[in-house]
Design a protein around this ligand. Structure first.
Ligand SMILES: Nc1ncnc2c1ncn2[C@@H]1O[C@H](COP(=O)(O)OP(=O)(O)OP(=O)(O)O)[C@@H](O)[C@H]1O
Length: 505
């Protein structure tokens, strides 16, 4: 029940759900449904199934709730009720203001109409005043950033990614009071996902209340203030994210994180890695069972022509004393595709040219995930290279070799030329933070991808494969004091002996 009445909405919860329940009738066969119908209610030939039971919570204006739970826990049922697509069997809910929902993306979009016509039709269906959609059209078209001409082509010709772009842009620009979003967003490419994350954060800051259903815990972390864990249709947790995510894991959630991304297949890659001081194994690290990349300083080989591309400069900023003119990549086999298997190295080459005098230039690269989270940043100063005074016409190529032991997916690179600041307290005399004034910075200048490592057992889960060790020690048999526990025998003890499959160090 959406309550569009004005009043002082800031005082009241934006969404209030009380003892909500949804019961489905499950018929063993279709004819039993027909037979029950023909009996005019005299015979009950179905089982009742409660997909949701006794769910209560409330959300303040501008709050963002992540709804998580294992498959079939009732997440979509809850959000469909709140979006008005399903009636509850019991309980009540109030959502103040305009509720827009991205659930089941594409429903409600007419494939015969163009993107532009769909925006206008949707605004009428949503009861916006005349002229509202026309006024929003430029913003929607700009945000969707469809390939040239597609905004005026029938939506039936769109790819799934283009459809996501259109529908998200339309609903985000329609300024909802309550926005219901689901995993549909994971369909778009990494640039668009980052744009969506940023937009959702702006909407939150502007007072939009959000309900976000996802199995993607990174998205929940990035976008939500609070987490609701559903299990078997009931609430298991309503509160802080960390506890909620722990409960979700304990209930068997996120069994296969991060394997959804679809990225191009790699060409052959040699197993040997290239240089990088990160390959050094700390003294306390265990023996490396997997053939670990060796640290071999490699001089920058510029004898061959590098396949420079122009970086994406659309979001660039800075004083302009230095320009970043090119970016290109090299994998271990020398091929230039920016796609590597998990755990392999990618060399990122950055070309920088001085346009005016620029003091103490520190050149750096940063890796961002699809939720725009900074995963890694490193520049000359971090790597122990001295910043350089650049003059007009000076041409510098930097290679950043990075071991991409990240979960499969797409990532973006930000390239920067900043001004390093002297810092007498730092061991190298320079402030090692990447922040500071920028001669030039190109956010999201290029895209890279990580794909699953073929034929290699997965040695960890989560966004990054951190260096780690796992030890097990049997202290003795306590099976008598633990009811139901199997006794520890020499056989089970032998399972703690490292087996021969490769492990990460
Ligand atoms: N129309 C329906 N008729 C019968 N059962 C249904 C119907 N819709 C959903 N269910 C059942 O209700 C339960 C909750 O479904 P729901 O789609 O809300 O789960 P979910 O948490 O969104 O799952 P997932 O993560 O797989 O999308 C499931 O057991 C599902 O089979």
């Amino acid at each position: 029940m959406s309550d569009g009445s004005p009043g002082d909405i800031s005082e009241q919860p934006a969404v209030r759900v009380e003892r909500l329940g949804k019961k489905f009738a499950i018929y063993p066969t279709p004819w039993k449904r027909a037979a029950e119908w023909l009996s005019l209610g005299r015979r009950k030939l179905h089982d009742d199934f409660w997909a949701l039971r006794d769910v209560s919570f409330s959300l303040s204006r501008g709050e963002s709730l992540g709804v998580i739970g294992v498959n079939g826990s009732g997440k979509s049922t809850l959000l469909k009720i709140l979006s008005g697509a399903l009636y509850p069997t019991e309980g009540t809910f109030v959502a103040r203001g305009r509720v827009l929902s991205l659930l089941e993306l594409g429903t409600g979009v007419n494939p015969l109409l163009t993107g532009r016509q769909n925006v206008i039709t949707s605004s009428r269906l949503l009861d916006f005043p005349g002229g509202y959609a026309e006024q929003k059209l430029p913003e929607i078209e700009r945000f969707a950033d469809l390939p040239p001409g597609f905004f005026d082509r029938p939506v039936g010709l769109y790819s799934s990614g283009m459809l996501v772009r259109l529908v998200f842009s339309m609903f985000a620009c329609f300024d909802p009071d309550v926005f219901v979003v689901d995993e549909a967003l994971s369909v778009g490419d990494v640039f668009f996902q980052q744009k969506c994350t940023q937009r959702l954060q702006e909407m939150r800051a502007g007072g939009t209340t959000m309900l976000f259903v996802s199995h993607d815990l990174a998205a929940v972390e990035a976008l939500c203030d609070r987490v609701l864990v559903l299990h078997g249709g009931t609430v298991r947790h309503d509160g802080d994210k960390k506890t909620g995510i722990g409960i979700y894991y304990a209930l068997g959630g996120a069994g296969q994180p991060g394997t959804r991304a679809s990225v191009p297949a790699p060409t052959h890659m040699s197993p040997a890695a290239t240089a990088g001081d990160d390959a050094r194994v700390p003294s306390e690290a265990p023996e490396v069972i997997e053939a670990a990349p060796q640290f071999q300083p490699v001089s920058l080989d510029l004898s061959r022509t590098l396949p420079w591309q122009r970086p994406d400069m659309r979001e660039g900023f800075g004083t302009g004393a230095v320009e970043i003119t090119g970016v290109c990549f090299a994998r271990d086999d020398g091929s230039p595709e920016p796609v590597v298997q998990q755990g392999q190295w990618l060399s990122v080459f950055m070309q920088t040219v001085g346009l005016h005098d620029a003091k103490a230039v520190n050149l750096g690269v940063a890796v961002f995930d699809r939720h725009n989270r900074l995963l890694f940043a490193r520049g000359w100063v971090n790597a122990g290279l001295m910043p350089i005074d650049m003059t007009a016409g000076m041409d510098i190529v930097t290679r950043f070799a990075i071991k991409l032991d990240l979960e499969p997916g797409e990532y973006t690179l930000t390239l920067s030329a900043g001004q390093a600041l002297p810092d007498p307290t730092s061991p190298i005399g320079w402030n090692q933070h990447i922040g500071g004034d920028r001669y030039r910075e190109l956010p999201h200048a290029a895209k890279i991808a990580v794909i699953p490592a073929a034929g290699r057992p997965r040695t960890s889960f989560g966004p990054a494969n951190l260096r780690s060790r796992v030890d097990g020690v049997i202290l003795g048999s306590r099976s008598e004091s633990i009811p139901g526990a199997a006794p520890i025998t020499p056989n089970t003890a032998s399972t703690l002996t490292p087996h021969s499959s490769p492990q990460s160090a």
